[in-house]
Write a protein that binds this ligand. Structure first.
Ligand code: BG6
Ligand code: MG
Length: 223
């Protein structure tokens, strides 16, 4: 299906973890290990608050929930250890781990001359994209190395739009995290949430599974 002739959409910005590939569960499992060493059991609801949030902001939140007082060196050490666990888990990623519906949407976007960008909080974004064979596919990549403020701050999406030479109102974001949805909306962009509608209800549209992504959905929210 082609993009609606009246559509304002000229660019689509994809989050990475939990949208393109299910690395959200790797982040969760790695943080769980660190938290358990602090005698804190990291729960599903805690993890929802960590999605889209930078590594250092995440370690600060977990230490606060665990009610543990650590020096900045100790916090940094914990964040580094989490990253070692996380990157070890990522080592086994292959193109087969790309989530359903993603490649077909990207191919439809390319066929319609729509720019595609990555807007991720992760400093490992390029490593993950390389493992799944998508490093050269995006017109623009903005990741955790390029921003100073993590989602829900809109910096990552604003930078991606700028690098595509597009206005925010002509961009749509695809996100799985509540923090990412807030970021997209405050960047003045439309946003499709992938996940549970009760958790992502502020998005312009929510779908449960990425396999349902299509140009048709973009047409629905492009007005
Ligand atoms: C986001 C994840 O994409 O990246 C967060 O949703 C993660 O869970 C953040 O903390 C930072 O990732 P990294 O790879 O730089 O530690
Ligand atoms: Mg995500």
């Amino acid at each position: 299906m082609p993009l609606d002739i009246n559509s304002k959409i000229k660019g689509v910005i994809f989050d990475l973890d939990g949208v393109i590939v299910d690395t959200a569960k790797f982040h969760f499992n790695s943080w769980k290990k660190i938290a358990s060493e602090w005698n804190y059991e990291l729960k599903y609801n805690d993890n929802e608050k960590l999605k889209g949030v930078s590594r250092m902001d995440s370690v600060l939140k977990i230490a606060e929930w665990a009610e543990i007082n650590l020096s900045s060196e100790e916090l940094e050490h914990a964040a580094n250890r989490k990253n070692e666990i996380y990157t070890e888990l990522c080592a086994k990623l292959t193109p087969e781990h790309i989530l359903p519906g993603i490649m077909s949407l990207i191919n439809q976007l390319k066929a319609n001359n729509i720019c595609i960008a990555l807007g991720s909080a992760s400093k490992n974004a390029r490593l993950v994209l390389k493992k799944i064979g998508l490093l050269t596919l995006f017109d623009v990549i903005v990741d955790g190395n390029d921003v100073s403020k993590s989602k829900p701050n809109p910096e990552v999406f604003i930078k991606a739009a700028k690098q595509m030479n597009l206005l925010p109102k002509n961009c749509v974001v695809v996100e799985d995290a509540p923090a990412g949805i807030i970021a997209a909306l405050s960047a003045n962009m439309k946003v499709i949430g992938i996940g549970k509608s009760n958790e992502l209800h502020t998005a312009n549209l929510v779908i449960e599974n990425s396999k349902n992504l299509s140009i048709d959905l973009l047409n629905q929210i492009s007005g």
